[in-house]
Design a protein. Sequence first.
Length: 287
Amino acid sequence: MAGPGGEKPAARTDASDEQPAAVDRHELSRRAFVKAAALIGTGGFLAAGGLVGVSSLARVSAAADLDAATATDLAKRQWAFVIDLRRCDGCGDCTTGCQRMHHLPPDQQWIKVYTIQGAGGQESFLPVLCQMCEKAPCVQVCPVVATYHEPDGVVAMDQELCIGCRMCMAACPYGVRVFNWQPSPPLPAGVESSTSPLFTAPQRQGTVGKCDSCAHRLRDGDFPACVTSCNMEAIYVGDLVADLATNGHDTVVLSEFLRANDAFRLKEELGTQPRVYYIAGHAQDLD
């Protein structure tokens, strides 16, 4: 499958079926991240001179099943991702970690890792997940409102409403949506099924699936699966309001991190306002 620029996905290494071992540093960093976000409160992103207009977030609508109080509370967090391409080695652990979390078959990838070849022949890698667009084309074209914005910025997919028309797939410029042609494999013993847009398992045949940003984990104050499964610590989850981001080891001031490292977003010229940032860097010493 070709990538956003016509590139081919990187070959993934074989992964064990076992869940990755729990690492204490993720729990410690999670607590530090949440505590720091609570101390900073709202407005920190604007005060730091960030790169994204927070005022535009007022356009994000709440899910139909949320009352105003809940939506207001959720909107105090505005999630984003940063992928440090200087650290990414193309191993595909983020893909397999996502598949394990969502009980996806091996051929269904919600995170695609593309191989990029530079002008000098050098190779680099580009993981592409849902870009969490503020002006998401998929939301605009869905005829049954099965795709919508959650108050915290997550672009959710309700397979209970989806009619499988695939208009969202045609509209998405990032190629991150997947049609469920076949029934999903049975869930492991002890795992309960879920039809929530925040976490759907198993996937429903005849509908569209996509990266859900592990919204169910974010609501519980935990890290998305791609963050915890990346052994290179290349994926950060951040809060635009608190102006913080963490990869499970390091916590950074988000706006400063983006500005100092020349962050960019995919296909910015389309005006989709994605919330996934990439860092190619300019030969900085990562240490």
